[in-house]
Write a protein of this length. Structure first.
Length: 200
């Protein structure tokens, strides 16, 4: 697998030794870029970045500032704050995806990245499932049973919708953390993304 096929992780820390150590630990499994300041991080943020590991306490442009800018720019990357700053109630309004307290091990970093990548995959498939389900439900409500049964397009739509639903269930299974999996299953009842529309 080439580096272009690997998820891209941007490591941001104003201590070069720390950033370089993280990069060395992660470079086998991911394409890793480093930034040693908040300003440099913003310069390196591109749509190709999948996950940002972001220090909070940096001179000049802080990690909090970088996080705010990422969201204002509409970047779709996932952001984990990797910091020695103990969390306080101010984190409630901060739009990060995970918060990891230093010191962190290689396993801590990879577990965090993998969890965020699975979250991104889940969100993408959920959006696809919602779009398919909206079309499915609209046709179901406005076409007769005979029309639906005669339509190859509707049959294909039903198949694609079922396939995406199965992919969603499979994605949930990728969550190693039982608490995360439990949350998704609680949200979806028995694990299905949404109930099937009633037959007409």
């Amino acid at each position: 697998m080439s580096s272009g096929d690997l998820p891209t992780v941007l490591v941001v820390d104003d201590e070069p030794d720390v950033a370089d150590a993280y990069a060395a630990q992660l470079s086998v499994e991911y394409h890793v870029e480093t930034a040693y300041s908040g300003g440099e991080a913003l310069e390196k943020l591109t749509p190709s970045v999948d996950v940002v590991l972001l220090d909070r306490r940096m001179p000049g442009v802080s990690g909090d500032d970088v996080l705010e800018e990422i969201r204002e720019m509409g970047m779709e990357c996932r952001v984990a704050m990797v910091t020695a700053v103990d969390p306080d109630f101010d984190i409630i309004d901060m739009p990060f995806d995970d918060y990891v307290i230093k010191p962190v091990s290689r396993d801590d970093l990879t577990d965090t990245i993998e969890r965020l990548l699975v979250c991104a995959e889940y969100e993408s498939k959920l959006q696809a499932y919602y779009a398919l389900s909206t079309k499915y439900a609209t046709l179901l409500a406005n076409k007769s049973t005979a029309e639906l049964q005669a339509s190859e397009e509707f049959a294909d739509l039903a198949v694609r919708r079922t396939e995406v639903r199965e992919e969603l269930d499979a994605t949930v299974e990728q969550f190693d953390d039982e608490d995360f999996e439990a949350v998704f299953r609680e949200l979806h009842g028995t694990g299905s993304p949404s109930p099937e529309p009633a037959d007409r």
